[in-house]
Each structure stands twice: as structure tokens, then as C-alpha cells.
Ligand binder design. Structure first.
Ligand code: PMP
Length: 569
């Protein structure tokens, strides 16, 4: 395969890549750390089957047992549906293939009676089930503006809006007042028995933010969060295909290195290797294609001479699976948690739209993180002037004030369900909950009244400059990318070769702890390089952050990075 000279991808609109001046990078050799065997590997990166092996090997080292390793060793032929890189028949040699990941189902090897297991943290009591038993969480007691305060009196600047949730800041009194009023008037009415003004009103408000014909004809399904919303979108896509007379369409194509949620249905789409590992045997196998990730291009190509091979693989995947089996394609406009705010290159989304339309596949934009102004526009797809068939949103929709998510279906999609079965075979107890809906509308009012989306675009430019400056001072920052108030910084051992730190060093976790000490919350992630190693973190403060608070954020991050860089040396 021909490789073009190293070059940075061209930024799309306001979706930018800055930082990481070391733009030279080696060819295949520079990315091959940890690469083993797997003669099929082309394009320079470790083959995905090596990646799975490495994750499993690591699991073995930390004491997790593999239940079916031997069986897999005897299976030299990978299954068709597990191809990682896909090529149309006339596009040259096949790409590396992914062997089905083996399941991790046994407990870590520890002595009977739990000896060697982490001691429980007395601060969380005897009954609260924490996310991680080994972490000592500060106990948050109140929050206001961009600060969260804990029970020990320490305050933290919320540099990531939690998990990119808080957009209007904490402790906004108007929202609390709406909450109280609504709770007194109508907290609950089941959506199978009543419609409510609150849900109808919020649906109108969300549709008004949507692109193209969705604004006029879109229908909005309200749920309690991002995972529920993705799950709902996938089921709408499936029922749409049934009601359109194409019942064979059951597959949803997703991308590696993505995040779509924690339920078994959404995890089957999620391309985060580590998050999938335990549960893989429990969910349906969905096809995945490589991400659009120029800093570590899965094809070792350069934009634009690559001709956006990553989106062309969408068509190859549809053809390989058979268009008559594919219901939808789902992607994040900016890959948030798993890659660290990686935007798609110019033309990616337009081409994805064309491919989906051509093959009767619905295009789902997962805007749980990027929606409602986070990138400086209403939705991430607005940077690409594309209208998807379904938009999924959450997080910033209620800005943390209520559990809330939504799916917007294009008029034609909803109309097909209405004209078909006449109902959507789906529903949660808290679907279209009036209390959450009233809070969502209050948040959207607040955003509109204070013109916070325009502010996110403006403030984002300031934040970008400051982060790029910080990146120049810290050699462990390899890349800064993102848009609006969603920025990702990738941490590397060597900026020039882009070689990450050894995964065992847990660089992003250490940076999180170091920043926490400084009183700054960031959102860390690892497995940036094909799920195997690599580290990144998100900076995504509330849109309301002031100039002096940005300076404070950057000063705390500066100190946090400095300490970790010294430790990692
Ligand atoms: N999709 C994306 C793009 C997300 O970022 C997230 C949350 N990180 C989800 C789905 C799942 O949302 P939730 O955690 O609210 O279920």
C-alpha cells in the first residue's frame, strides 16, 4: 500500500486540530510498538487481533482467567463478520482481520475470603455500590458555577462538566425553582396513559434546534439518558425497516474506538475494546469499521490523499454484509470519551450521508456528548451541514439537572412507523417524564436567554488558544483537538514519534489524580491507540466559565501536567 508523506489533516470549519507541533512521524515502524506476529497486518498499526490478545494478556496478568483460550487457538480462520478493516472487492488487498474476542468470565486469582482485595472505603458506608471499589471518592456536598465542593471543604474547578454534562454551570437557581414548581404540580404521569404539556413542549424545543427538515417534521422521543436514547434510536431504525417492508435489516454498523452507552444493546455498538471485554458473549455481534482518526490513522494514510478511506469502508461493510441486512450506521460527530474529542475530516459526514441514502441505511448521529451547543453549534453535524435520519442527545440537554435523553427521528422515519404498525414497540417507565421534561425546557430557555451556544463558540476559541499554549510547554501533550467547549489532549511519551506511554504506567489515571490534587476535574481516557495503549483527557467546562476561571483552569492543569510529566520520566 502506498503511503503518503506525513501531513496533518485539514481542519473542518471550526472543528480544529492544534497543538502537537511534532508533525513528523515514522511510517509503520514508529507505530509498531507491541505489534506481534499476525502476518496479515498492513498499514503500520498493530493488527486488531493483536490488540485483543494484548488486552486479554493484560487481563491474565492482573489475574483474570480466560475461559475459552484453547478453543480459539484452534480456530485459524477468522469469521467473515469479524473483519476489522474492510475493502470493496476492487480496492486492493484485504485488511487485517479481527478474531472474535474471547470472553473474560472468571474472577481475579485472589485468596479465599477476599484477602488481597481492596479494603472498602468507610466514607461510602456499607450499602452504596460504588463505580470502583479501589477509589476513594471525595464526597460532593454542593456546587455552584464552575466549582464543586466536597465534605472536607476542598473545592474543585469542574474542567470537564463531569462527563461533559454541565453546560450552564452548577447551582442555577432558576432551574431549581422550575424543578420545585413542577414537582408540586405534576411529577409523574405514565406515557402509556397520558401525554403532558411538559413533554410536548420540550419536544417542540428540541426539534427547533435540529437541522434541515427535522426542524419542521422531526418527532422527539424522550428518555432518561444517553444509553436509553441510543438504544431507542436503534430500535426505531429496526422498526422503521420492518414497517418499510425490509424486515431482513437487523444490523447496525458502528465504529471501533467509539462509545454509545453501557446497556448490552449499546455496548454491542460501542467500539471501546476494554468496555466490551466482559460482556461480549452476551450481546449481538454488530459490524464495526475503523474510526476517522488522523493522528493515528488506522490505514497509515494522510488526509486528503487518503480519499477518506475510513468512510469508504462504510460502503465496503454494507456491501460485505449485504445491504438487505443493514438497518443503520451510527457514529459520533466528534469521538468523545474513547478517543478524546476527535472530529471527522471535511467530507466524512457528507459521504456517510450519501452512502447511507444509496443503500437504504439510516444514518444515526450520536450527539449525546456533542449535542445542545457543546461544539459551538446546536449539533455536531451542523459543522458538516448534514441531516441524519436520527439524532440522539442527552447530557447537555438537562445539563445535569435531571436524568434526560432524547431521540429525534426525521419526519419520514416517524411517519413510516405511524403508517406501519401505528405504534413503536418500545417504552420505559420514565419515558417522557414531565418533571425531567420541564427541567430540560428550563435548561434550553436558559441557554437561549443567555445565548450560551454562541458563547460556547467564542469562549471555545479562547480555551483552544490557551490549551495549545499549554501543549507547547508540555512535551507529553501530543495533540490538541476538538471544537467549541469540547477539547481533547492526547498524552504521549514521545511527541515526535507519537509513541504512547506503556499502558501499565496508567498515565491518564495519574494525570487525573494529579489534577484532582490541584483542585481540577478532567475527564481521562486510555486505550487511545487501538484500545491497547495510549492516553487522553477531555477539557469541557461549562459554557458559562469566565475568562479568569479559564486562566485558573489552565494554571491548575499546567501544574497537574508538570507533576505527572516528572513522575513518568
Ligand atoms: N453516547 C455517547 C457519545 C456518550 O458520550 C455517552 C456518555 N458518555 C453515551 C452515549 C451514554 O450516555 P449515558 O451515560 O447518559 O447513558
Amino acid at each position: 500500500m502506498k503511503r503518503s508523506a506525513p501531513r496533518r489533516p485539514r481542519a473542518k470549519g471550526r472543528v480544529r486540530r492544534t497543538g502537537g507541533r511534532g508533525s513528523t512521524r515514522p511510517g509503520a515502524g514508529g507505530r509498531g510498538g507491541g505489534r506481534r506476529g499476525g502476518g496479515a497486518a498492513r498499514g503500520g498499526g498493530p493488527a486488531p487481533e493483536d490488540l485483543v490478545d494484548d488486552v486479554l494478556e493484560e487481563a491474565e496478568q492482573i489475574g483474570l482467567l480466560l475461559d475459552d483460550a484453547e478453543e480459539d487457538e484452534e480456530d485459524p480462520e477468522p469469521h467473515e463478520e469479524d473483519e476489522y478493516f474492510l475493502r470493496a472487492p476492487d480496492q486492493g488487498p484485504p485488511r487485517p482481520r479481527m478474531r472474535p474476542a474471547r470472553s473474560i468470565t472468571a474472577a481475579p486469582k485472589r485468596e479465599a475470603g477476599g484477602a488481597g482485595a481492596p479494603a472498602p472505603d468507610p466514607a461510602i458506608g456499607r450499602h452504596f455500590f460504588p463505580r470502583n471499589f479501589t477509589v476513594r471518592y471525595p464526597v460532593a456536598v454542593r456546587a455552584s458555577g464552575v466549582f464543586i465542593h466536597d465534605s472536607a471543604g476542598k473545592s474543585y474547578l469542574d474542567g470537564s462538566g463531569g462527563a461533559v454534562v454541565s453546560s450552564i454551570g452548577h447551582g442555577v437557581k432558576e432551574i431549581a425553582e422550575v424543578m420545585t414548581r413542577q414537582a408540586k404540580r405534576l411529577a409523574f404521569a405514565h406515557s402509556s396513559q397520558f401525554a403532558t404539556r411538559e413533554a410536548i413542549g420540550l419536544a417542540d424545543r428540541i426539534a427547533a434546534l435540529c437541522p434541515g427538515d427535522m426542524k419542521d417534521s422531526g418527532r422527539v422521543y424522550l428518555v432518561s439518558g444517553g444509553s436509553e436514547a441510543v438504544e431507542t434510536a436503534v430500535k426505531i431504525a429496526r422498526q422503521y425497516q420492518i414497517d418499510a417492508g425490509r424486515p431482513g435489516r437487523t444490523k447496525v454498523i458502528a465504529r471501533w474506538q467509539s462509545y454509545h452507552g453501557s446497556t448490552l444493546g449499546t455496548l454491542a455498538l460501542t467500539g471501546n475494546v476494554a468496555r466490551r471485554a466482559f460482556y461480549q458473549p452476551m450481546f449481538a455481534d454488530m459490524p464495526h469499521i475503523p474510526p476517522c482518526y488522523c493522528y493515528r490513522c488506522p490505514y497509515d494514510l494522510r488526509f486528503p490523499s487518503c480519499k477518506t478511506a475510513c468512510v469508504e469502508d462504510l460502503e465496503a461493510a454494507i456491501l460485505q454484509n449485504g445491504p438487505e441486512t443493514v438497518a443503520a450506521f451510527i457514529a459520533e460527530p466528534i469521538v468523545g470519551a474513547t478517543l478524546g474529542a476527535v472530529p471527522a475530516v471535511d467530507g466524512y459526514w457528507r459521504r456517510a450521508r450519501e452512502i447511507c441514502t444509496k443503500h437504504g441505511v439510516l444514518l444515526i448521529a450520536d450527539e449525546v456528548m456533542t449535542g445542545i451547543g457543546r461544539t459551538g453549534k446546536n449539533f455536531g453535524v451542523d459543522h458538516h451541514r448534514v441531516v441524519p435520519d436520527l439524532i440522539v442527545t442527552g447530557k447537555g440537554l438537562s445539563a445535569g439537572y435531571a436524568p434526560l435523553g432524547a431521540v429525534v427521528a426525521r419526519g419520514e422515519v416517524a411517519e413510516t412507523l405511524r403508517a406501519g404498525h401505528g405504534y413503536f414497540e418500545h417504552g420505559f417507565t420514565y419515558s417522557a417524564n414531565p418533571l425531567s421534561a420541564a427541567i430540560g425546557s428550563a435548561v434550553l430557555d436558559y441557554i437561549e436567554r443567555h445565548r450560551l451556544i454562541a458563547r460556547a463558540a467564542r469562549t471555545g476559541r479562547i480555551l483552544e488558544k490557551k490549551l495549545a499554549g499549554l501543549a507547547r510547554r508540555h512535551r507529553i501533550v501530543g495533540d490538541v483537538r476538538g471544537a467549541g467547549m469540547l477539547w481533547g489532549l492526547e498524552i504521549v511519551r514521545d511527541r515526535k514519534s507519537r509513541e504512547p506511554f506503556d499502558a501499565a504506567k496508567k498515565a491518564s489515571r495519574r494525570l487525573y489524580d494529579s489534577c484532582l490534587d490541584e483542585g481540577l476535574i478532567i475527564y481521562p481516557g486510555s486505550g487511545t491507540r487501538q484500545g491497547k495503549d495510549g492516553d487522553h483527557f477531555l477539557i469541557a467546562p461549562p459554557f458559562t466559565i469566565s475568562a479568569s476561571e479559564i486562566d485558573e483552569l489552565v494554571a491548575r492543569l499546567d501544574r497537574g501536567l508538570g507533576r505527572v510529566a516528572r513522575d513518568l520520566r
